[in-house]
Write a protein that binds this ligand. Sequence first.
Ligand SMILES: [Zn+2]
Ligand SMILES: [Zn+2]
Length: 432
Amino acid sequence: MRRCQGEDGVCFICLGTSPSPIQSGCACRGAAGLAHLRCRVPAAEALVKQKKRTRWWWTCQTCEQQFTGEMRDGLANAWWSQVCDRAEDDRERLSAAGNLAASLSRQGKYDEAEKMQREVLALEKRVMGDEHSDTLTAAGNLAASLSSQGKYDEAEKMEREVLAVKQRVLGAEHPDTLAAAGNLAASLESQGKYDEAEKMQREVLALEKRVLGAEHADTLSAAGNLAVYLSRQGKYDEAEKMEREVLAVRKRVLGAEHPHTLSTANNLAASLSSQRKYDEAEKMHREVLVVMKRVMGAEHSDTLNIAGNLAQSLSSQRKYDEAEKMQREVLAVKQRVLGAEHADTLRAAGILAVSLFQQGKYDEAEKMLRELLAVRKRVLGAEHPDTLSTAGKLALCNLFMCVRVCIELVPALVLVCVCVFACVHMMGSHEL
Ligand SMILES: [Zn+2]
Ligand SMILES: [Zn+2]
């Protein structure tokens, strides 16, 4: 069980300290966000009954922000266990199933999530029809899971359909339509279709700023995502500027320790590192990592991504020993928690391989890159930018190995020449 406030954390509902309460991950800061799951469940249940709205299963009644992390997943399980015995097409049962599936997907349990989401989508289509908002939400959630598994073709097709229906039924500026456009942009970006993704995300951001306001959670997410896309294309200046703005607002609105604030700080640090502003990047990464370990736990995917980014930044500064140690730890946990072929695991393996290469450990780097290339070709296809980038690195690694072999052969060649010369000389002198 992870702790937020050390050993003396107090659940704000029962005021108990044992077992240690968990952080709700909403915008209730510090000890105000600490609660037991067993205390939150009856509170949510009562509120849902009283207000007749199911959103209280994932929304905090105090700050009205969505729960994140362990609290969100725990409540999703609790809600599902209360309604799973109802009729298959019961409205609340379907909502709870969709909510639980999304939670499984966030935890990287994609197979289970996909199965559940396909069932929910089929039922929604049958009961509510193809164009009902619940059906479209179910389709969007399934597409997100497919995209996370690298099943981009099916995900993109589904997202385009959802977007087209929402544009027609709700209008182009409805928040749900904008969210659907943002999801499609993310899918396009994952496939390396950077231009189209950037263009679409810029439109989404501009509309959300106008419709929802510049400080709305969706607008901030859209700005954060656009910054990541820009950063991946090397447009660091604009990415940095955007990330600094988002970070300032999130710190003010959500607090410095909210998962969304930390994620922005992590992205900003990565952008700084890419621009060789190493000192500020390293300092920021280390601060974020300490808080993430405390708030989200050492094995949470966001914590691991931050550790990976810090390691990359250390590696760029030639602090190879600490970087390699950190990268090996991150990779081992990702392989165990997410599986060997998850996109995040592969990215971690690629980063470690590059770090080994930079240290001249060509043999291990080459082996890792070769394995990585095989998996990426199979999962992403031969034309995906990540596959091409891995192929390029492998070629470079092989070139360096050839050069090293040649250099190693030089003393041997010199020795042979000397011997031949000596023999010829001796034979020559013998003849005399
Ligand atoms: Zn409690
Ligand atoms: Zn709250």
